[in-house]
Structure formats: structure tokens, C-alpha cells
Design a protein around this ligand. Structure first.
Ligand SMILES: *[C@@H]1O[C@H](CO)[C@@H](O)[C@H](O)[C@H]1NC(C)=O
Ligand SMILES: *[C@@H]1O[C@H](CO)[C@@H](O)[C@H](O)[C@H]1NC(C)=O
Ligand SMILES: *[C@@H]1O[C@H](CO)[C@@H](O)[C@H](O)[C@H]1NC(C)=O
Ligand SMILES: *[C@@H]1O[C@H](CO)[C@@H](O)[C@H](O)[C@H]1NC(C)=O
Ligand SMILES: *[C@@H]1O[C@H](CO)[C@@H](O)[C@H](O)[C@H]1NC(C)=O
Ligand SMILES: *[C@@H]1O[C@H](CO)[C@@H](O)[C@H](O)[C@H]1NC(C)=O
Length: 449
């Protein structure tokens, strides 16, 4: 009996040996293989080309590891997928073990042997895993069909060859280095519409969409979006039920053969396409962003990007940054997207009023006074007519002030706004709000009567 057993074990290990060698060549990972969360060679599985690696990626210090997939051949170790546990990334302590099992697929155990995560296999038995050159890690059954794959469980990134089905979504991170789910999502809704939305993280309820392809059925049955397709040539489109296509953004001439391409919903709400050369000498980095959605998130989302009492500005790379008006500082200096609070140290009382102009202007007027507290309601007195001498902004303000739409807001006479903002001087422009440019102005309460 003992002899039979050891012969069996010998056969078993002989059987395993060639497979583990092959696994370095074709991306196949045999059932029974395991990875341990340590620094070193044993902590990942490579795709055949060596472009992608699946395994434990160290987080900061080497005591915690993220179960993830990343680009193996570039210095900027960019993560394209990670395991979630609810809203949180699956962070494994050093010494955790990932096993590929026939019945449960991937099973992650902590160093004490307790199960902390597993892939959700609903049906069938796993024959092997494959780390594909596309960046997809697939659990296959006997006939090479897919039982579970990372492409069907996306996190914040889609890769060429990947699709997102209806009711699928991407969730951004909290920040570049914090993988906890953030407040922006890309969803292919049940009605077929592809949207970028901000969500309430506690309830997962969608707030306002700031980008949409409008691919609902509308009046044409069958025209609703079926899937978001990121083709292997790098073009992105929404495929309709009736096979129509709504092109989104393409790689605009960047070759997929010579470049790594990814589309990521960044923590600041931008869904952007990035490229990185595959072959390079010296330093290379992601060219960011190649194309992005929406075109101007500050315009689309306003306070939704930057929080209250702050202004949103587009950087030259079209990503938003937030600034506090004078007399305010960031609620959390480590997270500038949380909004601003008034400086308590200042003796003066500062009040921010948002004047929402119905047409296309959103003006935040900062009232600053050493003496004065409370609201100012100064009503429009001097009638003025739109004229060629004024800028569009000025004309729109006049039209707004003469309209009945401003009753919820404090309104200042046109001349006092011109004075306060030095005639809409560029240096007083704070940035772009939800409805147009935002200027700062300082009012002298004495002059307002
Ligand atoms: C996981 O793999 C390790 C190393 O091969 C093994 O010692 C352990 O028993 C396996 N655990 C499970 C739950 O299969
Ligand atoms: C793996 O990638 C190749 C292209 O590199 C593709 O043709 C194949 O279908 C992929 N296999 C799986 C299981 O995803
Ligand atoms: C990531 O962000 C979440 C939510 O803000 C926070 O609770 C968590 O501690 C952060 N994680 C790290 C590693 O900083
Ligand atoms: C999210 O929803 C909860 C419950 O409705 C609410 O208390 C909370 O203020 C909301 N958070 C944000 C940021 O809107
Ligand atoms: C490469 O990047 C490093 C770190 O950012 C920098 O110190 C170095 O000068 C760069 N080298 C070249 C050739 O640009
Ligand atoms: C914005 O600033 C005002 C004071 O000017 C303050 O009362 C209010 O709480 C601030 N809003 C937030 C959300 O911090």
C-alpha cells in the first residue's frame, strides 16, 4: 500500500514538473499551483509574451500585498486588475497563499490558513488557468471554455479585447495609490446607455451622469446598447442590440502592436485612454491621456469634482485639479478633491455666494469684508442693454439679471460686479464652474447700498 502510494506520488510529481515548466511558456497554470505573497520569483504567473503578470503586488511596505494583474515589462508597474472584497481591495498579509483549485478556482488563504477570498465559480470544474497575453486571467474547464475571468470582473481598467456587458461597470479608486472604490463609475446601464456617474459610496446610488452616449432604445426598438467594446485594435464603441455601432474614442493612430493601450476610469472621474511604448530605451511613461471623457469634467460636474467652496480647473492634460479661493483652505490637504473650508484664523468673515446664471454662466462671488456679516441683497438697478461693446459673458449676465430666474440668489448690480472683478480680469478668473467661468471679486460693503 505504502509502495503504491509513493509510486503514485512520484508519478504525480513527474506529471507536475513538465506542467510547471510549460506554464512559463504558454501562460497555462495547472490546478494545484500556488503563489505565496512574498518578495521574489514565486509570487506571480506570467503571460506567454511576458507582458502581463498575475500575482501579489507589494503595497508600500512589503507586509501587505494586492492580488492583482500588472504590466510586467515597464518600470511604471501599472495595475490593470485587482481583487475586490466589497468596496475594498483584497489586501493579503505577507505569507498569504493563493491556490488554484479544481472546485473553487482561485482560493486565497491568509498565513494562518483561513480563507479570505475566492473567485466565484458557479458551475463546472476548473481544468487550468491561463494568464493570457491580452491581460486576461482565465479559469478554463476541460474544453477550454471560460468559467471565470478577470475581463468579466473588471475594476477600473479595460484593455483591448475586453467588453463590458449590460449592467457591467468600472469603479475608480480613491486615489492613485489607494485601491478602495472611489466615487466615480462607468456603467452600461440596463437601458443600454453608457454613462459616467458619481455615486454615493455608502448607498451605491447614482447621482448625476456627467457623460452619456444616449444609447437607449428611444424610438427605435433594438437600438439600445448591448456592450461596450474595446477592440483588439484599440477602438472603443458601444455595440447596439441591432449591431449598430456608436464609436467612442479610438487610439487615434497609436499602434496597438508597438504600444500598450489601456482605458482607465481615473480617481478624478476622467475615463481616459493611455498608451505606453512597448519598446524603449531610457525612461518611458504613459502618455496621458490620449483621449478622455468627458471633454471638460469641470464644466460637466462642477462642484461634484472638487467639493464645496472650491473651484475646479482643468490642467493642460485635461484632468481636473481643485483650488480654494482666498481665505479658504482644503478640508483635507492630502485630498484636494474633498472641498475647502474657511480659514478660521482670518479675522474677516468671508462668505461665498454662488450665483447661478440660467444661461451659461456660473459665477462665484467672494464677499470679503472686515466688518460685515450676513447676506447682501442688492438688486439690479441700472438697466443696461446687450451691446457689441460687451463680451458675451457680460451680455449673458445682463440677460440673466433682467430675467426672473435669479430670485433664489443674491444678486449684485452689474457695475459692482464689474468693479469687484476688475472688469472680469483674467487674474480674477478662478476657473471653470458647472455653467461657465468663475471669477472672484471683492466687494466693499460700504459701496453697496
Ligand atoms: C495550497 O497550496 C499549498 C502549497 O501547494 C498547500 O500546502 C496547501 O495545502 C494548499 N491549500 C489548499 C486549501 O488547497
Ligand atoms: C488569449 O489571447 C488570444 C490573443 O492573444 C486570444 O485569441 C484568445 O482567445 C485568448 N484566450 C482566452 C482564453 O481569453
Ligand atoms: C483608502 O481610502 C479609504 C477611504 O477613504 C480609507 O478608509 C483607507 O484607510 C485608505 N487606505 C489606505 C491604505 O490609505
Ligand atoms: C450618501 O447617502 C447617505 C444616506 O442617504 C447620506 O447620509 C450621505 O450624506 C450621502 N453622502 C453623500 C456624500 O452624499
Ligand atoms: C529617468 O527618470 C529618473 C527618475 O524620474 C530621473 O532621475 C532620470 O534623470 C531620468 N533619465 C532620463 C534619461 O530621462
Ligand atoms: C462653505 O463655506 C461656508 C462659509 O463661507 C461654510 O459655512 C460652509 O459650511 C462651507 N461648506 C462646506 C461644505 O464646507
Amino acid at each position: 500500500m505504502a509502495v503504491a502510494l509513493s509510486v503514485e506520488m512520484l508519478l504525480f510529481s513527474l506529471f507536475l514538473l513538465p506542467i510547471s515548466v510549460i506554464s512559463q511558456n504558454n501562460g497555462r497554470v495547472a490546478v494545484g499551483s500556488s503563489l505565496t505573497a512574498t518578495i521574489g520569483d514565486s509570487s506571480s504567473w506570467l503571460s506567454p509574451s511576458g507582458d502581463f503578470e498575475f500575482g501579489f503586488s507589494p503595497l508600500g511596505n512589503n507586509d501587505l500585498f494586492l492580488l492583482s494583474i500588472w504590466y510586467a515589462n515597464i518600470p511604471d508597474k501599472t495595475v490593470v486588475w485587482y481583487a475586490y472584497d466589497g468596496n475594498n481591495p483584497m489586501v493579503a498579509p505577507r505569507g498569504s497563499v493563493l491556490n488554484l483549485t479544481a472546485n473553487s478556482g482561485l482560493v486565497l488563504n491568509n498565513p494562518q490558513g483561513g480563507e479570505i477570498w475566492k473567485s466565484e465559480i458557479t458551475l463546472g470544474t476548473v481544468a487550468n488557468g491561463v494568464m493570457n497575453d491580452t491581460g486576461n486571467f482565465v479559469l478554463q474547464h476541460q474544453n477550454s471554455g471560460s468559467l471565470w475571468e478577470t475581463f468579466s470582473n473588471p475594476t477600473d481598467t479595460v484593455l483591448p479585447g475586453q467588453t463590458i456587458e449590460r449592467n457591467g461597470k468600472l469603479s475608480c479608486r480613491q486615489s492613485e495609490t489607494n485601491y478602495t472604490k472611489g466615487r466615480f463609475q462607468l456603467r452600461l446601464q440596463d437601458d443600454g446607455n453608457l454613462v459616467l456617474i458619481s455615486v454615493n459610496l455608502t448607498t451605491d446610488k447614482a447621482k448625476k451622469a456627467y457623460f452619456s452616449t444616449k444609447t437607449t432604445a428611444g424610438n427605435v426598438p433594438g437600438s439600445q446598447g448591448k456592450e461596450l467594446v474595446f477592440s483588439s485594435s484599440g477602438d472603443m464603441s458601444v455595440l447596439r442590440e441591432n449591431d449598430g455601432r456608436v464609436p467612442l474614442k479610438g487610439t487615434e493612430g497609436v499602434s496597438v502592436r508597438d504600444n500598450y493601450i489601456r482605458a482607465t476610469l481615473d480617481f478624478d472621474g476622467i475615463f481616459a485612454l493611455y498608451s505606453h511604448p512597448k519598446y524603449f530605451t531610457g525612461n518611458a511613461s504613459w502618455i496621458s491621456p490620449l483621449v478622455y471623457m468627458p471633454d471638460d469634467i469641470c464644466l460637466r460636474l462642477g462642484v461634484g469634482v472638487c467639493g464645496y467652496n472650491s473651484t475646479c480647473k482643468l490642467k493642460p492634460d485635461k484632468r481636473p485639479t481643485c483650488e480654494c479661493p482666498k481665505g479658504f483652505s482644503f478640508l483635507d490637504p492630502k485630498d484636494i478633491y474633498r472641498g475647502c473650508k474657511p480659514d478660521l484664523s482670518r479675522k474677516s468673515v468671508t462668505r461665498v455666494e454662488s450665483v447661478l446664471l440660467g444661461t451659461s454662466i456660473f459665477v462665484i462671488v467672494v464677499l470679503s469684508s472686515a466688518l460685515c456679516l450676513g447676506f447682501f441683497f442688492v438688486f439690479w438697478k441700472k438697466p443696461a442693454r446687450p451691446s457689441e461693446n460687451r463680451t458675451t459673458i457680460e451680455n449673458e449676465m445682463i440677460i440673466f439679471m433682467k430675467s426672473k430666474r435669479h430670485h433664489d440668489f443674491s444678486v449684485f448690480s452689474y457695475s459692482s460686479i464689474v468693479a469687484a472683478t476688475s472688469n472680469f480680469a483674467e487674474e480674477n478668473k478662478l476657473g471653470q464652474g458647472g455653467f461657465g467661468p468663475v471669477y472672484k471679486g471683492v466687494f466693499d460693503p460700504g459701496s453697496l447700498s
